[in-house]
Design a protein around this ligand. Sequence first.
Ligand code: SAM
Length: 329
Amino acid sequence: MLQDSFGRVATDLRVSLTDRCNLRCSYCMPPEGLEWLPKPELLTADEIVRLVTIGVERLGITEVRYTGGEPLLRRELTDIVSRTASLAPAPQVSLTTNGIGLSRTAASLAAAGLSRVNVSLDTLDRETFKRLAHRDRLNDVLRGLEAADAAGLRPVKINTVLMRGINDHEAVPLLRYCLERGYELRFIEQMPLDAQHGWTRENMITADEILARLREDFRLTDDDPVERGSAPAEGFLVDGGPARVGVIGSVTRPFCGACDRVRLTADGQIRNCLFATDESDLRAAMRSGADDDEIAERWRSAVRIKKAGHGIDDPSFLQPSRPMSAIGG
Ligand code: SAM
């Protein structure tokens, strides 16, 4: 098991397949992009599958989420998914993606064993998309969503980050869009994880603000807290249900006490928290010949020292040196 000193057990592994992305969402990276990891530093597909196998077979990982950067940019994605889905005991395999390219790949990913997708969608307006993501790709995202739904990658979950003065007027239209299509929408508070260090508390649209805005148009009732479990989203039934909406108040309503996540970066570093400033280098261990037992022990040690909380509210809080795109959201 991957257990920390506070008794939390990590069962949900987020694996970043690349730090590259074909969008430039301003809450994540600057318009000119970033200096990408050099190829030799990236884990190969075999190395990824080896580490995931250790996680699943020896360390109690039950859910594997591939992310990035943009995971659809990784050519071997279908192969990696297929090899992950055929592990025993079989983990649930999901994907966090911006949806670009999903219209071509959704069916083969589903056939390979992918169970569902989380797609980022911050706006329904083409001009706002261009302004926010610095690329004219809204239609590709919407087509990708339809393809994911048609391929049975359900429930299709949508992640939305609202930014003040940019897309914060779209909370209601986005929820209507998702309700009409049976997608499950979750709003995520913007976190201090952008490469430009441009996050400010004042500009963050809080969970309270989002809920107040939604309540002007919908009746929201608390979803069963037991069902929430370790899920980061606080769930609400919309107009009596069964449709739901989620709000992930990472900053103002932290859920660190229930966290069951551990992260593996594209260059093979274990991070016990999105906001961790330390990492444990499994790539170096693997490339210097460590066996599976040694790697598993290194991984356990990395999780054991996880802090109680992310500490964003602590005056000594330091933003991690890696941005979200290089950690894996
Ligand atoms: N490229 C994929 C995508 O767009 O979903 C996967 C990687 S992306 C880093 C994963 C998620 O992190 C997205 O839903 C994105 O909106 C979210 N994200 C990125 N930066 C964020 C930030 N500073 N605060 C909150 N969420 C953020």
